[in-house]
Design a protein around this ligand. Structure first.
Ligand code: BGC
Length: 816
C-alpha cells in the first residue's frame, strides 16, 4: 500500500483528567451531551468545541440550526463518491488540508467526516457520501482525508460506525451480519483508518448490529475499537441516535449529539447515585470530551482567530481551493468507454451540448453533507470556453423531481432557468418542444455531448433509491438523438451507479462524472478536451441490472432486520465469485493513452502492518511491476494489485484488492511501480480462533488496470500464522488429525485401522465429544479430557488414552 506519512496528532496540552477530577458530578454529566446542535458543553476549565458537517467542505451553521439555510459558504470539493474514484491518497490528503484551513477560518473544530461505509447496494441513498464497495480502498481514502484534515489541527469524526449501509429505517434497523463478514467487510475500513490515521473522534451509527444499537454495543464501541485497534479518541453519537443513554455510557459512547438537555444530566447523575452507572465511566467520557475541547482550543490558538463569519460568498471565496476542487474533480472522472478515440475533442469540432444538467449541474448529494458553495461552475460554460462551435439544447427539464434544487443554481454562470410546468398538458407540450429542439441540434453536430443523470430526489440522505434507472425522459431523448447522430458522448451525473445496459452498446463514449463538487463543470471540460487525461477508476461495479447485485434479495430487509446474506461477497467479490458479466468492473477506467505491464515480481519482506493488530508472523509482500506508457500522450495509470489464495480452506473471493499505486508517465516512459501488501491484509477472520489468521499457501498476486483487466500474475509462498485453534469436544476427529501436537498420533491410529474411504469420511466428521458414547470405543470422558489437555498444552497424553483410541478405530473397522 502507498506509504503515508505518520498521522498528525490532535491532542490536548493541559491534563484533561485533572480538570475533570475537580468537577462536580453534574458538571461532568453535562459534558456528556452537546450544548447546542453543533457545540459541546463547557465546564470550569473546559471550553466548548464547534462541530460542523462535511467532509467534502465545511458546513458551518449557526449553533442552534440544523438546516442548510443560512450556512456559511465554503468550497464544495468533490463528495466521497468522486474522491474515491481518484485512487489518489496524496490528492485526497491535500483536499483534507484545504477543508481544515476553511474549517479554521470558520471557527470549526471538528469536521464530521469522513464517511466510509461500504456500498453494499447501489440502492443506498447515501452512497454519494461513501467511498467504495471495497474496505481497503474505503480505508485508504478515509485515512488520507483524516490525515490531511488533522495534520492542520482540525479534528475529524470517522462515521458511521458501523454497518450503516442503507437509509431505510436507519434509526431502527438491525444489520444482521455474521462475524467474519462484519470483520472483513464492514469493520475493516474503519480499522484501517483508526490504525493509520487515528481520527480524533468517531461517530456511532443510527442502526443496530445483530440487535444491539451500535452506541450501546460495548464490544463494538470499546472492546474492538479501543481494545483491538487502539483508538484513543472520543466516540459521539450520530444526531439523535441515542436510545438508552446509560447503557451507551457504559458501552463507551462518550458524547451524545446534539444533546439531551438537562433531563439527560439528571438521568446520568441519578444513575451514578443509584449505583447503576459507575462514576469511573462518567469520568472517562467527560475526560475524552475535555481532551477534545482542549485540543481544539490549542489548535485554534495556533491557527489564529477565525475570520468573521459572513453569509456572502465573496467573503469566503478562495481561488486556490476552487482550483484544487477542479483538480480533484478532474482526477475523479471515469472514462468508461471511448470507441474509436472519439474523445478527446478537438476545439474546432462542431458540438451539440444536450441536457439541462450541462448548465445546471448536480454536484453534491442532498442531506447533512450539503455545502453552500463559494461559486459553481457548469460544464456548458466551460465547454463554450473550450470550443469554437457549440450549440446547446436543454432537451429535458429539471423540475422538482428533476435534479439540482433552486439553491444549486445560485452563482451558476448561465443564470437561465427552465420553466416549471404548471399543468400536465403544458408540461407535455414543453417536454416535446425541448426534445424536438435537442434532436434538431444533434442532427448537424460533429459530436453530441449528451448530459444525463439523476435528479436530486433520486438519491438523498434519509431515503434509499428504488431503482438504478436514469429518468425515462432522458433515455427516450437519447434514443432519438442516436437515430440522427451516432457520434454521442454520454456524460453522467449521479451519486451512485445507474444502469447503462440499455444504451452502453449504442454509444461510442461514456464519461462517468459522478457528483463533482463546485468546480466539476470545468473539470468535465478539462477531460472532454484532453487538458486532463482521465485516470479515475470505478470504486463500485456497474452491474448490468439491479437484479444482479449482491444484496438484491435482502435489501433493505423486513421487520426492522436486514440480513447480510451475501456475506463477504460484496461488490466485485460477488460478481467474480459467480463469474457474472457486469457492465463495467470495479477498478475500470480508460485513458487517452495506453499502458503496458511487464516484469511482475513478488518478494516477501517487511513493509509494516497496515491494519495494526492482526495476524502474527512476518512476510509482507512487495509486488514490483514495470509500467510503460505506450501511447502518444502523457497519462496516469492506477496500478491495482489483487490477491487471492486458490484452494483456501475458507470461502474466499477470487480476488481482493490488496494495494494500488498511481504512476504518471510521459509517452514512451517506463517506471517500476511498487505495491506493498502488508501481511495483515492477507488475513481472514477465523470464527473458531476468534481472530485474524493468515493461512499458509501459494497466494496468487494479480496486477492490472482493473479487477477484470489483469495484466500479470505471480505466485508467492506465504507461511501460515503459528496459531493453533484450541481443540474442544466439538472439534472433529478430522480436526484432531491435522492438529500440530496430536495430529500425527491420531492420523497414524486411524490409518492403522485401515478404514475404507467412506467410513473414513464419516469418522473424520465425528465430534471428539462423541467418542465416550461410541459403542465399544472404550474411551472415557476422562481420557478424552486428557487428549484435549495434551492438544491444548494443558496436560499429558498417557499411553492408555492412545491405546483406547486404537481400540475405537479397530471397532470402527469391524463395523465396516
Ligand atoms: C447524519 C450525520 C451528520 C449528522 C449531523 C446525521 O443525520 O447521519 O452524517 O453528521 O446528522 O448533521
Amino acid at each position: 500500500m502507498t506509504k503515508k506519512p505518520p498521522a498528525a496528532t490532535f491532542s490536548a496540552a493541559t491534563e484533561p483528567a485533572t480538570i475533570v477530577r475537580n468537577l462536580t458530578l453534574e458538571q461532568k454529566a453535562r459534558l456528556l451531551s452537546g450544548a447546542s446542535f453543533w457545540t459541546t458543553a463547557e465546564a470550569p476549565g473546559v471550553p466548548s468545541a464547534y462541530l460542523a458537517d462535511g467532509p467534502h467542505g465545511v458546513r458551518r451553521l449557526d449553533a442552534d440550526v440544523g438546516d442548510i439555510e443560512g450556512a456559511v459558504p465554503a468550497t464544495c470539493f468533490p463528495p466521497a463518491v468522486a474522491l474515491g474514484s481518484t485512487f489518489d491518497v496524496g490528492l485526497v490528503e491535500r483536499v483534507g488540508e484545504a477543508v481544515a484551513a476553511e474549517a479554521q477560518r470558520r471557527g470549526v473544530d471538528v469536521v464530521l467526516g469522513p464517511g466510509i461505509n461500504i456500498k453494499r447496494s447501489p440502492l443506498c441513498g447515501r452512497n454519494f457520501e461513501y467511498v467504495a464497495e471495497d474496505p481497503l480502498l474505503a480505508g485508504e481514502i478515509g485515512a488520507a482525508l483524516v490525515t490531511g484534515i488533522q495534520g492542520k489541527g482540525v479534528a475529524t469524526s470517522l462515521k458511521h460506525f458501523a454497518a450503516n449501509n442503507q437509509e431505510t429505517e436507519r434509526m431502527r434497523v438491525s444489520a444482521d451480519i455474521d462475524e467474519r463478514t462484519l470483520r472483513e467487510i464492514y469493520l475493516r475500513g474503519f480499522q484501517r483508518v483508526v490504525t493509520k490515521a487515528q481520527p480524533a473522534t468517531l461517530m456511532s451509527s443510527y442502526n443496530r448490529i445483530n440487535g444491539t444499537y451500535t452506541g450501546e454495543d460495548r464490544r463494538i464501541t470499546t472492546d474492538i475499537l479501543r481494545g483491538e485497534w487502539g483508538f484513543k479518541g472520543l466516540v459521539m453519537s450520530d444526531w439523535g441516535a441515542v436510545h438508552n443513554r446509560i447503557a451507551g455510557i457504559r458501552a463507551g459512547l462518550d458524547l451524545e449529539m446534539p444533546g439531551g438537555g438537562e433531563g439527560r444530566v439528571k438521568e446520568i447523575v441519578a444513575a451514578v447515585k443509584s449505583g447503576t452507572l459507575d462514576l469511573a465511566d462518567v469520568d472517562r467520557s467527560a475526560t475524552r470530551v475535555a481532551t477534545l475541547a482542549l485540543a481544539a482550543q490549542g489548535a485554534r490558538g495556533a491557527a489564529g482567530p477565525p475570520a468573521e463569519p459572513g453569509h456572502d460568498a465573496e467573503t469566503w471565496h478562495d481561488d486556490a481551493h476552487h482550483v484544487l476542487a477542479r483538480e480533484a474533480a478532474g482526477r475523479a472522472i471515469v472514462l468508461l468507454k471511448n470507441d474509436g478515440g472519439l474523445l478527446p475533442l478537438a476545439p474546432q469540432t462542431r458540438l451539440a451540448v444536450i441536457g439541462e444538467l450541462a448548465r445546471t449541474p448536480r454536484y453534491q448529494g442532498a442531506g447533512s453533507s450539503q455545502i453552500v458553495p463559494t461559486r459553481l461552475d457548469d460544464a456548458l460554460a466551460a465547454i463554450q470556453d473550450s470550443a469554437t462551435d457549440v450549440v446547446f439544447a436543454p432537451g429535458y427539464e429539471l423540475g422538482a423531481a428533476g435534479g439540482a434544487g433552486a439553491g444549486d443554481r445560485a452563482g451558476s454562470a448561465s443564470g437561465r432557468r427552465p420553466a416549471k410546468a404548471a399543468a400536465a398538458d403544458a408540461a407535455a407540450a414543453l417536454a416535446a418542444a425541448l426534445a424536438a429542439d435537442a434532436v434538431a441540434a444533434a442532427r448537424d453536430a460533429g459530436v453530441v455531448l449528451f448530459f444525463a443523470g439523476l435528479p436530486q430526489s433520486a438519491e438523498a440522505e434519509g431515503r434509499d433509491r428504488e431503482h438504478i434507472e436514469l429518468p425515462a425522459s432522458q433515455l427516450a431523448l437519447l434514443d432519438r438523438v442516436l437515430e440522427v447522430n451516432p457520434r454521442v458522448v454520454v456524460v453522467l451525473s449521479n451519486g451512485s451507479v445507474v444502469r447503462l445496459s440499455g444504451f452502453a452498446d449504442r454509444v461510442p463514449a461514456i464519461v462517468e462524472g459522478w457528483l463533482l463538487g463546485q468546480a466539476g463543470g470545468g473539470a468535465v471540460a478539462d477531460v472532454l478536451f484532453g487538458r486532463v487525461n482521465p485516470s479515475g477508476r470505478l470504486t463500485e461495479t456497474i452491474p448490468l441490472r439491479i437484479e444482479d447485485t449482491p444484496a438484491w434479495t435482502s435489501f433493505p430487509g423486513t421487520g426492522l432486520h436486514v440480513t447480510y446474506g451475501e456475506g463477504i461477497f460484496v461488490g466485485y467479490r460477488w460478481y467474480d465469485a459467480r463469474d457474472m458479466a457486469v457492465q463495467f468492473p470495479f477498478g475500470h477506467g480508460l485513458s487517452y493513452t495506453t499502458f503496458a505491464y511487464s516484469g511482475l515480481a513478488v518478494s516477501t519482506g517487511s513493509v509494516g502492518s497496515a491494519d495494526g493488530k492482526g495476524s502474527t508472523g512476518g512476510g509482507d509482500l512487495t509486488a514490483t511491476v514495470t509500467v510503460t506508457n505506450t501511447g502518444g500522450v502523457a497519462g496516469r495509470e492506477v496500478v491495482q494489485c489483487y490477491v487471492s489464495l486458490p484452494g483456501s480452506t475458507v470461502p474466499r473471493a477470487p480476488r481482493a484488492l490488496a494495494a494500488f499505486a498511481i504512476v504518471d508517465l510521459a509517452p514512451g516512459e517506463s517506471r517500476q511501480v511498487e505495491l506493498a501488501v502488508a501481511r495483515d491484509d492477507l488475513a481472514y477472520w477465523d470464527v473458531r480462533a476468534d481472530r485474524w489468521l493468515v493461512e499458509g499457501g501459494a497466494y496468487r498476486v494479480e496486477v492490472g488496470a482493473s479487477s477484470r483487466d489483469l495484466r500479470a500474475t505471480a505466485e508467492v509462498a506465504v507461511p501460515p500464522d503459528s496459531v493453533v485453534v484450541p481443540l474442544t469436544g466439538q472439534s472433529s476427529l478430522g480436526e484432531a488429525m491435522v492438529h500440530p501436537v496430536i495430529g500425527p498420533t491420531v492420523t497414524g491410529m486411524l490409518q492403522a485401522a485401515g478404514l475404507s474411504d467412506d467410513v473414513m469420511v464419516m469418522t473424520r466428521a465425528m465430534p471428539l465429544e462423541r467418542l465416550p458414547y461410541q459403542p465399544g470405543s472404550g474411551v472415557t470422558h476422562k481420557q478424552l479430557k486428557q487428549l484435549l489437555d495434551v492438544a491444548n498444552g494443558t496436560g499429558g497424553l498417557t499411553t492408555r488414552t492412545a491405546n483406547k483410541l486404537l481400540t475405537l478405530t479397530a471397532r470402527l473397522r469391524r463395523r465396516r
